[in-house]
Design a protein around this ligand. Structure first.
Ligand code: PAF
Length: 280
C-alpha cells in the first residue's frame, strides 16, 4: 500500500491506472469505512482512500479539536482492508495560503436538518473538500455512507451540477450489535452515554415499524420518536421525516421517506437515519 501526501504525488502514482474507486474519510477508521472499501474493491481496479480531517466543515472548534486522530492505526486498517493508495494531505496542501474558493450547494437541500442546525457553512466545507478530493483523485466512483444521508444528497447534487465525471455510490450504514450506527464520534462516548445512544436505532426502528403498520401522520411519528429519545436521556436536535431525494419534510408518509435524527449524548453529537420502507 502506498501513502502519498501531495496531489502531485497522487497524480504521479495514479497516472495510467485503470478504474479507480475512492473512499474519502476523515480517518478514525471503523467498520463503516471498511465496508465502503469492500464495496470499492468489489467493483475492481485501484482503491484510493483519503484521510483528511477537514477543518472547514466543523461548526464547533471543540468538535474539531476532539476529533480522533491516529494515522498509524488508520494506515494499518486501510492496508488490512486492501486499500492500494492512501492520500493523507496536510491542511496546507488542501487549503494553500490565500485559498479563496468555496463550492456551495444552495437552496433547501442545505438549509434543512444538518444545514439548519450546524449552519450552511458545514455543507460548504463538505462540498468544497469533496470537490477538491474528486479533482485530485479523479476516481470513476466515490463511496459514501448512508448514515450521512444529507451529505450523500448534497454531494450527488454538486457532482451533477458541476458535471464531475464520477459515480456517487451510497453504501448501507454499518451498525454495532445493538444497532448503533458506527461513527468515529462513538469513541468519545462514556459507558453511560453509549447506553443512551443505543436508543437512537431503537427509536428509528420503532418509527419504521409504526409506518409499516400503516401510520402515515408524520407529526405523530416525529413526536413519539422525540419522546422516546428524550426519555433515554438524549438531547434531541431534530427528528424529521423527509423525502429521500429532496430532504423536504413531509406531513403524510408514503413509505419511501427517511426518518432522520440528530441528538446529543452528553457532548457527543450523533446522527442516524432509516428508510421507512426498509433497506434502501
Ligand atoms: O463523511 C466524511 O467523513 C466527510 O464529510 C468527508 C466526505 C470525508 C469530507 O470531509
Amino acid at each position: 500500500m502506498k501513502v502519498v501526501r501531495t496531489v502531485a504525488a497522487l497524480r504521479e502514482v495514479l497516472a495510467d491506472t485503470g478504474r479507480v474507486g475512492f473512499v474519502p474519510t476523515m480517518g478514525a477508521l471503523h467498520e463503516g469505512h471498511l465496508s465502503l472499501v469492500q464495496a470499492a474493491r468489489a467493483a475492481g481496479g485501484t482503491v484510493v482512500l483519503s484521510v483528511f480531517v477537514n477543518p472547514t466543515q466543523f461548526d464547533e472548534a471543540s468538535d474539531l479539536d476532539a476529533y480522533p486522530r491516529d494515522e498509524r492505526r488508520d494506515l494499518t486498517l486501510a492496508e488490512q482492508a486492501g486499500v492500494d493508495l492512501v492520500f493523507v494531505p496536510g491542511v496546507g496542501e488542501m487549503y494553500p495560503d490565500g485559498f479563496a474558493t468555496t463550492v456551495s450547494v444552495t437552496g433547501p437541500l442545505t438549509e434543512t436538518l444538518e444545514g439548519a442546525h450546524r449552519g450552511r457553512a458545514h455543507f460548504d466545507g463538505v462540498a468544497t473538500v469533496v470537490a477538491k478530493l474528486l479533482l485530485a483523485v479523479r476516481p470513476d466512483a466515490a463511496y459514501f455512507g448512508e448514515k450521512d444521508a444529507q451529505q450523500v444528497v448534497v454531494v450527488r447534487r454538486m457532482v451533477r451540477d458541476l458535471g464531475l465525471p464520477v459515480e456517487v455510490v451510497a453504501s448501507p450504514t454499518a451498525r454495532d450489535t445493538d444497532g448503533l450506527a458506527l461513527s468515529s464520534r462513538n469513541a468519545r462516548l462514556s459507558a453511560g452515554e453509549r447506553a443512551q445512544a443505543a436508543a437512537i436505532p431503537r427509536v428509528l426502528q420503532s418509527v419504521v415499524d409504526a409506518a409499516a403498520r400503516g401510520e402515515t401522520e408524520a407529526s405523530l411519528l416525529r413526536d413519539r420518536a422525540r419522546a422516546g429519545l428524550t426519555a433515554a436521556g438524549l438531547a434531541v436536535e431534530y427528528v424529521e421525516i423527509a423525502d429521500p431525494d429532496t430532504l423536504e419534510p413531509v406531513a403524510q408518509c408514503s413509505g419511501r421517506e427517511l426518518v432522520l435524527v440528530a441528538a446529543r449524548a452528553g457532548a457527543v453529537r450523533l446522527i442516524d437515519n432509516m428508510p421507512l420502507g426498509g433497506s434502501r
